[in-house]
Design a protein around this ligand. Structure first.
Ligand SMILES: [Zn+2]
Length: 385
């Protein structure tokens, strides 16, 4: 048994799982009133005691971010828990001033979803393990000033709402992995959850790649691949990694559990860090935030408010059914991108978010109400404004 001496006749089966982080489209950050629009902001301009991790600062839940993850859950046909909560993921790094990240561990907002993707070999259903909500870290920039190597920190991104979507390890080739990432991006754009621009880091794709002899149950050594900044690089990096692992296995070389980066210019992956053991983040329930009670009835309202999803739109355009006959509440003749109805809705929502962020009053009111609910638990109605 084992992969050390596989023999020449062994056929290897690649096992790929994809983790995608997307920045959510909200006016303010995940747990404070700072603007989430950091495109043109000066470094460290959009910060406050909460997202700088100053002692005593208390987080307040961003309702719109929760709504985006719930909407994603509905769109991928996932299960939503009746009660969810926040967990602290503990680790130290300069881009994480609190020493922990507020995330969701045991009770993600969405689990057991699926997304059907079209590949050159037909359609393929990708099982989605979970989608959860967390806060982003600050941005570290390693550079040189006056010849000296320095690391600069920009906290504008610190505390931005981030959704992590994790697939089951069910993908077996690079093309399907790329198609999945493309389809998910289209879905997120359609429901307005994220701008999901890969080139600017709003959507970050990581792939877990391992090989095992076809027919084997046990998983091989898993390698995590990062730094893929385009859909093309997702496909190329996974293709490269499958070939690299296969030639190592055939040569009888042991594979190491490690994180590798993708060098697009060189067309290869390189070692970023070796994982000696699985990380222990010592998760525990976040004491500064109440559990979130989700109203099942509002999920139906959320479902009804969603625009026509890309898969349904494709089916309709193939079948050449008229928009009226499809029964969708917001459709247009466009099959390539967002429908006119959705754009109107999104513009409305965006202007509403802008007003909220301008006035600052709403943020303070939300903070006050979340503080008063902090011991009793709060009810969230995704359909509410
Ligand atoms: Zn802040």
């Amino acid at each position: 048994m084992g992969l050390a001496t596989p023999g020449a006749g062994v056929v290897f089966e690649p096992i790929i799982g994809i983790e995608i982080h997307v920045q959510l489209r909200t006016a303010s950050k995940m747990f404070c009133g700072c603007s989430n629009d950091i495109g043109d902001a000066a470094p460290n301009a959009n910060t406050c005691p909460v997202c700088l991790g100053l002692p005593g600062a208390l987080p307040v839940i961003n309702r719109e971010a929760v709504r985006h993850v719930l909407a994603t859950g509905v769109a991928i046909e996932a299960t939503t828990p009746e009660v969810t909560r926040w967990d602290r993921k503990n680790y130290f790094y300069p881009d994480l001033p609190k020493g922990y990240q507020i995330s969701q561990y045991e009770l993600p907002l969405a689990s057991n979803g699926r997304l059907v993707v079209e590949t050159s070999r037909g359609s393929f259903e990708v099982g989605i393990t979970r989608a959860h909500l967390e806060e982003d870290t600050a941005r570290l920039q390693h550079t040189r000033i006056d010849g000296r190597r320095v690391s600069l920190l920009d906290y504008d991104r610190s505390g931005a709402p981030l959704m992590e979507i994790v697939t089951d390890p069910v993908i077996h080739d690079a093309e399907t992995a790329r198609r999945y990432a493309e389809e998910l991006r289209l879905l997120l754009l359609t429901i307005g959850a994220s701008h999901a621009a890969m080139e600017s880091g709003q959507m970050r794709v990581e792939a877990n790649v391992s090989l095992r002899p076809a027919g084997s149950e046990a998983f091989g050594t898993r390698v995590e691949v990062k730094n893929m900044n385009s859909f093309r690089s997702v496909e190329r990096a996974i293709e490269y990694e499958i070939a690299r692992q296969e030639s190592a296995l055939r040569a009888g070389e042991p594979l190491i559990q490690e994180t590798r980066g993708w060098d697009d210019a060189a067309g290869r992956t390189y070692v970023m860090r070796v994982k000696e053991s699985s990380e222990d983040y010592r998760y525990f329930p976040e004491p500064d935030l109440p559990p979130l009670v989700l109203d099942p009835a509002s999920n139906a309202a959320l479902r009804a408010s969603l625009p026509e999803l890309p898969a349904a739109r494709r089916v309709r355009s193939r079948a050449r059914i008229s928009p009226v006959a499809s029964g969708s509440s917001s459709t247009s003749a466009s099959t390539g991108d967002l429908s006119a109805g959705v754009s109107r809705k999104r513009r409305k929502r965006a202007s509403r978010e802008l007003e909220t962020s301008r006035s600052g009053r709403a943020a303070r009111a939300a903070r006050a109400s979340a503080c008063s609910a902090s011991t009793a638990g709060s009810t969230l109605l995704p359909s509410a404004r």
